[in-house]
Every structure is written in C-alpha cells, then in structure tokens.
Design a protein around this ligand. Sequence first.
Ligand code: HEC
Length: 471
Amino acid sequence: MHYPFWYVPGLTSPMWIAIVAVIHVYVAMYAVGGAVLLVFQTRLAYKTRDKEYLDYLRRHTWFFLLLTVVYGSLLGIGIWWTIGLASPLATEELIHIFVLGWAMEYVTFILEILAIFIFFYYWGRLSESDHLKTGWIYAGAAFGSLVIITAITAFQLNAGNWRPENGFWAAMFNPQAIPQIAARTGGSLLLGALYFFLHSSLFLGNHERLRTRVGRQSANWAMIGAALTIIGGFAWLLNLPASGEAALVGAAVLNVLMTIIFLLTAGVVIMMYFGPIRNPKWLTPGFTILFFGAGLAATGTGEFIREAVRKPYIVHNRVLGNQIRPDEIPQLRNTGYLNGGVWTRAYISHKFPQVMTTEGNEPQSDTRIGQIDGEKLLNLPAEDRRLIGQTIFMYHCNDCHAVEGYSSVAQLTRGWNDDMIYNLVLNLDRFHYFMPPWSGTDAEALLLTEYIQEINHPYPAGLQQGLEEAR
Ligand code: HEC
C-alpha cells in the first residue's frame, strides 16, 4: 500500500526472506562460533608447540575465510535486498529505530574483514601473541555483530512497552534481546563445532591423533554452546508476547516443529557425548555429515519458529503483517484501504480515473490525484472489479497467503459461499488473532469477496455425495 508489492507466485515474497535468512544464518553462526574455536585452538597449538595442529588450523582458516567472507557477505547483502523488496515498511521502520545499531554493525563488519585477512595472510609473520590478538579482534567483532543484529530482530518479536521517545538503547534492550543473544551464541558455538568435526573428518582422514584433538577441543565448546542454547531457549519462551505463546500451543505446524526441535537438540547433544567426547574415533565423514545435517535442521527449525510466532506483526506493535501500521486502521476503514497508500491510489487513478473525486479531500492529500470514491468502485464492470479485488488481495493478504501454493487462499476457502467469505474478510482478526484486522471499507470487502469467490475451489466432489441431504 505504502510501497509497491513484490508478487512471488506460489511462494509469497516474505518466504524469500525466510529462505535467504536461514541459508545466511548457517554461515553467519559459523563466523562467530567457528572464530572462537579457531582462535582458542590456535592458542593451544602455540602453547603445546604442535606444528601439525597449527598447519591444520591454518588450512581450516582458509576454508573459514572463504566461506564466511565470500558466501556470508553476499548472503548478508541478499537479506537486505529481499527484506527491502518483500517487507519495505518494516525495513524502513527498523532502519529508523536502529540507525545507530546499523552504523555500529557496519564498523564491526569492516573490523571482521580486516582482522580475518590479517589473521590468515600474516600467519607465521606476526609474533604469536600479535597473531592471537588479531584472532580475538576478529572473534570479538563477529560476536558484536551477532549481538547487534540479534537484539534488533528480537525487538521484532517483543518490543515490550517501547515508544519512539524511549530511543535506541531501550529498543536494543527489549525483553527478547538477552534470551535470543544467549540462544544464538550457544547455537553458534554448537554449529561452529559441527563445522570443525566435518572439516577435520574430511581433511584429516589418516591423521587420527590430530582428528581426535580437534574433535575433543571442539566438543568442549559445543557442550557450552548446547547449555547456552537451552537456557536461552527457555528464557525466549518465558519472554514471548501472549500472541506468541498462543501460536505455539494453538498452531498445529508449530506443535510439530517444537517437538522436532526438541528431538533434534537432544539428538545433537547425545551424539556429541557418545561421539567426539567419548569415542572420537567415530568422527568419520559419514558420522560428521549426519551430525552436521542434524545441526542445520535444528537451526533452521529454530529460525522458522522464531519468525512464525511474530504474527500478526512484522515489527511488534509497529508494523502489521500486511505492511501497514496499526494506528492507520481506523482511518483506512473510513476512507478506504486503496485510498490510504500512495501506490494504490496512484494505480487506481491511473487505471480508473472515473472513480476519482476531489470532494472531501483531506487537507494533506494529493489534490492532483484526488480521492477514490468507494461507491463508484462497485459500479465498475465485472472485470475491472476483479482487478481491484485482486489488488486488494495482493496488498492485504498476499504477504501470508499465495493464491495457489503456500497457505493458499483458494484452498483455505474451498467450498465457502459469499457470506462466509465476506464475514471472514470483515472479521479476519477474530477468525484468527494472528491475521491483521480488516483495514478497508465495506465496499472494498465486497470487491475482495468477489475476487476470492472467483478463485476458490469447489467443495470436493466425492465428499458431497452422501452429505447432500444433511446440508
Ligand atoms: C500476517 C499474516 C496473514 C495475513 C496478512 C492474512 N492472513 Fe489469513 N491466515 C494466516 C494464517 C497463519 C492462517 C492459518 C493458516 C493455516 O491454518 O494453514 C490464516 C488463515 C486464513 C483462512 C482460513 C481460515 C479458517 O479458519 O479456515 C482464510 C480464509 C484466510 N486466512 C484469508 C485471509 C485473507 C482473505 C486475508 C486478507 C484480507 C488474510 N487471510 C490475511 C495469516 C494471515
């Protein structure tokens, strides 16, 4: 409404954010947890004068640098690209509230790049203590970046009583910040260790002493990571907004995912204990690939749950799932959803100049374009009404529902009649609290109803037979 929408058939555009973000997190967490493991082990190798260990760590650093800097940075930009396109109003809001945070994040990013390049390319040329210091600067900067970004995304889930006048720091210390930072840090150590297991099993195949050493050292950090993840996870649960709690117990898909994440986490901890801690010989490529896969699955599931419980908001109390602000709703109900946005109003005035009026112009409105007269919309021919219904759908529903595909409205309203659809549209938030309330006029609700009635699927044929009389 305030921005153009990005139509992604079958998937919905916010799902792109989920896909890019999860793939990014897999490497971003390694960049933090892997760094701690790397520098700590380099220190140990220096201390014990273990030349082979050092050589291995240098090779690992090359892999680490390539993956985190090239792949990690590209996907980081990919996230900005997708959130800007799929969720522009929320992105705008997060930039405004957290502008200082983004500036800080930029500094940590530059520090990270410089430090990891020096750490690798000056290996053997710096004194041991300077080399380690560079490593710690890298790890510190990477952790700093985790803290900033996690605090910002935590604000999206629970902003507490935050108001704009409270400012940046109050927003950073939102109720979800510490829990999510703890869980993320723990997850990073855990995932970092899984990368070490995988890499050492693939590249230290015939070097059992070293493989065992790398495995043991990484496993110690992984156990600390597991403990932090579990503590952070419980704190996350305790600090959910009421709507998030309700989603966890109310939505079937989240019931299933919570069970899966519990089992996966338990599985990873058990595998950690019986594998690298008790029997380092188990660290064969087959075992570590399986282990790594379980770690990625647990991380991905965790990310999905974290995002899913945010509905109906994208940014808690500030931006709703359909890209409008909650305090706009009364006005939009009164003067129209299409009328409320620069893009939608310009679109309608371009396509259907005959429905525009200059009467009753709000003082702040653009008088060149005028206002949309809702009643005139209803007098348009059927095919124009369909286009308008579709436009309303794209702006009001398509962030969460595809027409066909992900959470398809055509499927969800299978067999519904006009009354049922109209009733749902007017009472979205009462049907399911996780849908944003209806934010348009009755005329717009009617146009949307007509559109949904046209796309929805009929009641399944076989089922209806025996039931016809009862209906
Ligand atoms: C913020 C996300 C969001 C928005 C925006 C949204 N919905 Fe939903 N809606 C959901 C979710 C989540 C469900 C539950 C889906 C499921 O159970 O698979 C749902 C369920 C539904 C259902 C099934 C209801 C039932 O009880 O059987 C319909 C129909 C529906 N939405 C229509 C719409 C329409 C029409 C719009 C736009 C006017 C809309 N939704 C906007 C998230 C949203």
